[in-house]
Write a protein that binds this ligand. Structure first.
Ligand code: ATP
Length: 240
């Protein structure tokens, strides 16, 4: 028997006014997979994630989540339905404490306090530094720590699909390694992940499969291993 995809995107396009940011994207993410999207600046990676999470309108095409058509549903309904998004540039609530930022990530859940507190503890075990600083304002965290908080906050929605936009952006090489380790841990815990990254090599190393975007289209897709070993991918995206 074949498994149904968690996410199935078909012929998706999206515009900013006259600018066509994504032109024709089809992809699937299967339960438990870690799939990465790589591509140059401006290829449409961020727009794709925004279109999946309802922040940006699809002009054509469809987004199916667990067999249901969620194309152009309002963002809050998509979140409540099980897709959580950790946006590019972190965007934590700077004046609020770390713990309050995590609580906000659970806003769409109807679970009681103890369930939510258990989830906060799970996030603290993934990111011990957040526990140490839990009562401090998020704005005082380093860039890497804010990134961890943004991922933790997205996890508070108990997503059945986690969208991560450039989690390694602006981090030191040491922290980049840490962030990718945690993403891999989350995936090993069973979280299905769609990861957008400029850091293509590191992303492909932890991914099952990858899609290469060029000018708003899927140029090719393959297993992460095949992409890592492909000469044209190496030349264009892996820096040798
Ligand atoms: P980056 O890594 O730089 O974020 P990306 O692959 O995520 O790149 P997008 O940000 O999705 O690419 O941009 C895709 C295209 O849409 C680009 O041509 C970009 O200039 C254009 N674009 C993005 N945001 C806007 C906007 N708010 N208004 C107009 N055009 C936009």
């Amino acid at each position: 028997a074949t498994t149904d995809p968690t996410l199935k995107v078909e012929g998706l396009a999206s515009h900013y006014g006259p600018v066509q940011a994504i032109v024709d994207i089809s992809l699937e993410v299967y339960p438990g997979e870690l799939v990465t999207i790589v591509g140059a600046n401006g290829a449409g990676k961020t727009t794709l994630l925004h279109t999946l999470s309802g922040v940006q309108r699809a002009s054509t095409g469809s987004v199916m989540f667990e067999g249901e058509d969620i194309t152009n549903r309002p963002a809050h309904r998509i979140t409540a339905g099980g897709i959580c998004h950790s946006p590019e540039g972190r965007q934590v609530f700077a004046p609020l404490s770390i713990e309050d930022n995590l609580q906000l990530g659970a806003f769409a859940r109807k679970d009681d306090k103890t369930v939510i507190e258990a989830e906060i503890e799970n996030i603290y075990s993934l990111f011990p530094v957040l526990k140490e600083k839990r009562l401090q304002a998020a704005g005082n965290l380093s860039g890497g720590q804010q990134q961890m908080l943004a991922i933790g906050r997205a996890m508070m929605g108990k997503p059945r699909l986690l969208l991560l936009d450039e989690p390694s952006m602006g981090l030191s090489p040491l922290l980049v390694g840490e962030i990718f380790d945690v993403i891999q841990d989350l995936n090993n815990q069973g979280v299905t992940i769609l990861l957008v990254e400029q850091n293509a090599r590191a992303a492909l190393k932890i991914a099952d499969r990858g899609y290469v975007l060029e000018s708003g289209r899927v140029a090719f897709s393959a297993s992460a291993e095949a992409l890592l070993n492909d000469e044209s991918v190496q030349k264009a995206y892996l820096g040798h």
